[in-house]
Write a protein that binds this ligand. Structure first.
Ligand code: ADP
Ligand code: XUL
Length: 532
């Protein structure tokens, strides 16, 4: 077939630039998966020396970054893998993507001109090498902007005022405080910045061959967007850095078509020149799309971070956590709580106790009773977001803090129970009651582990459902690609109504409520002690 010719049997390409990898999924007109692949940063691009997809500063471990050029190089590998895997990219009628939220990419002066004039005979990463004014992009794991957070809150009249405008009080990883830090600590680099993208809009810009707009859903994770008016809040922009509106561009709905694919991808990878590039969004909003979350559902994403997402009836002001614009409608909102010590902390305990094998980890977990003989543990390898604490905390049956537990199986259960008990407590704190009618939908890497899901089901005393197969964020991106082309004639529910529903994975045991409700109370008491 001639390159660049549109064909029948259209497909949609969903991408996900997550913390540890790029993922891709190709779906057909009916949204059934026909191909998927991935590129892992640690394994496939060892020259960048990432650990868990990121680089932690050796002198200040709160600083966590990634060179955006690595993401560019990895994307080229991903597209090559798709082609070698037999995917005919000329059939793709639209692309959308999701990405780790909050991270920022600083494009240098002249970068857009470079994007518009790429030479299809050369590698993308070679041609974009000089295009970034900040060589290491801050990512969502960065916790180094506490000063800028307090400055922002003070400038707008307090944390609650900021939350009522932007959906969140100031959080270290949010893009506004991160931009303020770049402006304060690297003023020359800031002056030399033509455009600031989120990781999602950065990825979309590569495909567009010009700067892509930031979408409302991912834009809500910046402490800069007025989530009701959908415009940048001037007071927030001014509190962070000068000329910011111009450097950010106007935000748009998550399901908007931003343009046609750049000729670079047509000539080099064989896409059709009519292929549309739809807004890319955050991985959590995309997961919600991929799982087809409805009112009353709670989504638990167990990826690098653990996040809890739930649709809201109307936007409210939360004391902790975030309110984001929905990726599917301009008048809907979702609540999100993010826990940084998710899979990587589980991997640490798997390493210490289970010979680096999930199967052994699960066997140890299954060999211990609900409630763990009265032992309880909280494990924070890195500065947690909610609660703002760090370190390991183990307590025995008598409530005495201990350095280690009696056995590996106790340690494994303490970790998993502690993680879910904390989530239940913090969800309850922001007003969510997970009741018998609530569906918990689990996704992300750890949702493949039934032993972990059983603890989740027991702690919340409610059934847990999963979608077997592909990761929900990348699938959500593929669904968004189709929805963007058809949203004027069909609702999202109509487009996806024929797809299978999530399947029941685990149900709670009869004694779950009586075991875990007291543990939630105990968690609150322990937390108060730790914080004080
Ligand atoms: P992200 O999208 O943030 O890159 P994923 O959702 O792909 O992350 O999840 C990756 C994580 O999933 C890995 O860090 C790994 O620890 C975890 N994982 C994969 N398989 C299992 C399993 N069987 N049990 C528990 N965790 C798992
Ligand atoms: C959400 C958050 C993380 C990242 C990476 O607020 O910080 O979930 O999106 O997945």
């Amino acid at each position: 077939m001639k390159m660049g010719t549109p064909t029948k049997d259209a497909t949609f390409l969903g991408l996900d630039l997550s913390t540890q990898q790029w993922k891709a999924v190709v779906v057909d007109e009916d949204l059934h998966v026909v191909h998927e692949t991935q590129v892992q940063f640690d394994k496939d691009l060892p020259e960048y020396r990432t650990h868990g997809g990121v680089i932690r500063d050796t002198t200040d471990n709160r600083v966590v970054t990634v060179p955006p050029l690595m993401w560019v190089k990895a994307l080229e590998m991903l597209l090559d893998k798709l082609r070698i895997g037999g995917v005919d990219l000329s059939k793709v009628s639209a692309i959308s993507g999701s990405a780790q939220q909050h991270g920022s990419v600083f494009w240098a002066m002249g970068a857009e001109l470079r994007l518009k004039s790429l030479d299809a005979n050369r590698f993308l990463h070679e041609q974009l090498a000089g295009c970034f004014s900040v060589l290491q992009s801050p990512v969502w794991m960065d916790a180094s902007t506490t000063t800028q957070c307090r400055q922002l809150e003070e400038a707008v009249g307090g944390a609650q005022v900021l939350a009522s405008i932007t959906g969140s009080h100031a959080y270290e990883r949010f893009t506004g405080p991160q931009i303020a830090k770049v402006f304060q600590t690297k003023p020359t680099a800031y002056r030399n910045t033509e455009r600031i993208s989120l990781v999602s809009s950065f990825a979309a810009s590569l495909f567009l061959g010009q700067y892509a707009s930031i979408d409302y859903a991912d834009g809500s994770g910046m402490n800069l967007l007025d989530i009701r008016s959908k415009e940048w809040s001037e007071v927030c922009l001014n509190a962070c850095a000068p000329d910011l509106a111009q450097k950010l561009g106007d935000p748009v709905p998550s399901y908007s078509v931003q343009g046609s694919i750049s000729s670079y991808f047509v000539e080099r990878f064989g896409f059709s020149s009519t292929c549309k590039v739809v807004s890319f969004t955050g991985d959590n909003p995309a997961s919600l799309v991929g799982m087809r979350l409805t009112q009353g559902d709670v989504l638990l994403s167990l990826g690098t971070s653990d996040t809890v997402i739930a649709p809201l009836v109307e936007p409210c002001t939360l004391s902790e956590g975030h309110v984001l614009c929905s990726p599917l409608s301009t008048d809907s909102y979702v609540a999100l709580l993010c826990f940084k010590n998710g899979s990587l902390t589980r991997e640490r305990i798997r390493h210490d106790c289970a010979e680096d094998e999930w199967q052994i980890f699960s066997e140890l977990l299954d060999s211990t009773p609900r409630g763990n003989f009265g032992n309880m543990g909280l494990y924070y390898d890195v500065q947690e977001i909610i609660p703002f604490v760090n370190g390991d905390y183990r307590f025995n049956k008598a409530g005495i803090r201990v350095n280690r537990f009696s056995g590996k199986e106790v340690e494994v259960r303490a970790l998993v129970e502690g993680q879910f008990v904390a989530k239940r407590a913090h969800i309850e704190d922001v007003g969510f009651v997970v009741g018998k009618c609530t569906r918990i939908l689990a996704t992300g890497g750890a949702s493949n582990n039934r032993s972990i899901l059983q603890v989740l089901s027991d702690v919340f005393n409610t059934p847990v459902f999963v979608m077997d197969g592909v990761n929900s964020a990348v699938l959500g991106a593929a669904y968004l690609a189709k929805f963007a082309l058809q949203h004027l004639s069909q609702s999202f529910e109509e487009i996806t109504s024929h797809l299978p529903c999530p399947e029941l994975a685990c149900s709670p045991y009869g004694d779950a409520l009586s075991v875990y409700t007291p543990m939630v109370t105990r968690y609150r008491a322990i937390l108060e002690e730790i914080v004080n």
